[in-house]
Design a protein around this ligand. Structure first.
Ligand SMILES: NC(=O)C1=CN([C@@H]2O[C@H](COP(=O)(O)OP(=O)(O)OC[C@H]3O[C@@H](n4cnc5c(N)ncnc54)[C@H](OP(=O)(O)O)[C@@H]3O)[C@@H](O)[C@H]2O)C=CC1
Ligand SMILES: Cc1cn([C@H]2C[C@H](O)[C@@H](COP(=O)(O)OP(=O)(O)O[C@H]3O[C@@H](C)C(=O)[C@@H](O)[C@H]3O)O2)c(=O)[nH]c1=O
Length: 283
């Protein structure tokens, strides 16, 4: 049986992986929280790899505070680039396959056609830039890797847009939500299923993949459906990006084409509203 280690094991995706591993009865898997395995500490990482000699290393650890990253470039880069380099070196040394998670925010988002894996990445935020640097450092050290770029992750765990909307929707009379940023939400449970199917099938089609749910929406439409399904009665005002000021700039259009994942990883991808319904029924 494959031995799997998961870094960032207590974050949103880490917790989803715990749930899906349990459902699939995958037991040879270790979830390592930051306190136990900081990816910036090479000595601890070496000890972890020496102990488990893993077949797979799943990296869910990341600096994900998009706005805060604009003021904390050094720490964002350390975690999203240097930490990934540390893991990549050890994956090579222990013949471990690395499954790393990246983001739609590596793209500028100025186009209007679904993005494929070979499209030019040109980040417009510190978070996006440091995540791209993390992607680029992997092949410098190891060949056996999967990089899964995903977008707009949500789940019943940790902090995410769905939970923020439900909280604000219950507390406030009115919310302003951006309607001119277009993308696709992803239920982190679905992504966790995709990741574990790579390990279960021992897929060897290494490389970069796009993985989100199916379909296309805006943050505004996403919010409207969240309130509809959650039966929350709140006024939602559609606003343009220019009217909702944030520290970091986000892509205007970051819909990803998932043809490669569907054909090379053999995964079936649920429609975003179906997955949202599933998540909401569990919240
Ligand atoms: N959330 C989203 O909308 C999206 C996320 N992604 C990517 O998906 C992946 C998973 O994201 P998600 O689970 O949502 O993010 P979370 O922020 O929920 O989880 C990230 C985890 O990484 C941990 N971490 C931070 N620094 C370190 C470190 N130095 N060593 C070890 N662990 C560390 C955090 O711990 P602590 O909380 O204690 O700091 C946290 O538990 C990330 O790579 C992210 O970039 C991609 C697209 C969308
Ligand atoms: C809370 C809120 C957000 N927004 C907008 C701001 C932003 O453009 C969008 C989402 O805001 P959030 O801050 O929740 O999410 P954000 O941190 O921008 O989400 C991103 O996280 C990183 C980690 C990723 O990799 C991306 O794929 C993406 O999911 O919604 C509103 O318009 N109204 C609101 O009340």
């Amino acid at each position: 049986m494959s031995k799997i280690i998961v870094f960032g094991g207590s974050g949103q995706l880490g917790q989803c992986l715990q749930q899906v591993a349990k459902e699939k009865n995958i037991t040879e898997i270790e979830f390592l929280p930051e306190e136990q395995a900081n990816i910036l500490n090479p000595d601890i990482l070496e000890a972890v790899f020496a102990e488990y000699k893993p077949t797979y290393c799943i990296n869910c650890a990341a600096y994900t505070a998009v706005d805060k990253a604009e003021d904390e470039v050094d720490i964002a880069r350390k975690v999203n680039k240097d930490g990934v380099a540390n893991l990549s070196k050890l994956c090579k040394a222990y013949d471990t396959t690395l499954i790393h998670i990246s983001t739609d925010f590596v793209f500028a988002g100025t186009g209007n056609q679904p993005l494929v894996e070979t499209d030019e990445a040109a980040p417009i935020s510190v978070y996006g830039l440091t995540k791209l640097e993390g992607e680029q450092v992997i092949p410098a050290y190891t060949e056996k890797f999967f990089i899964l770029r995903t977008s707009w992750l949500y789940s019943e765990y940790a902090n995410n847009f769905v939970k923020t909307m439900l909280k604000f929707g219950r507390e406030r009379d009115e919310l302003r939500v951006i309607w001119d940023q277009i993308g696709t939400p992803t239920y982190a449970i679905d992504l966790a299923g995709c990741i574990l199917s790579i390990t279960e099938t021992r897929n060897q089609n290494f490389g970069i993949y796009h993985y989100s749910n199916e379909g296309v929406t805006s943050w505004y439409d996403f919010a409207k459906v969240i309130f509809e399904l959650g039966k929350v009665d709140v006024k939602v005002v559609p606003v343009r990006t220019a009217e909702y000021v944030t520290k970091a700039t986000r892509p205007t259009y970051s819909v990803m084409d998932k043809t490669k994942a569907k054909t090379q990883l053999n995964v079936e991808i649920p429609y975003w509203k179906d997955s949202l319904q599933k998540c909401m029924s569990r919240l």
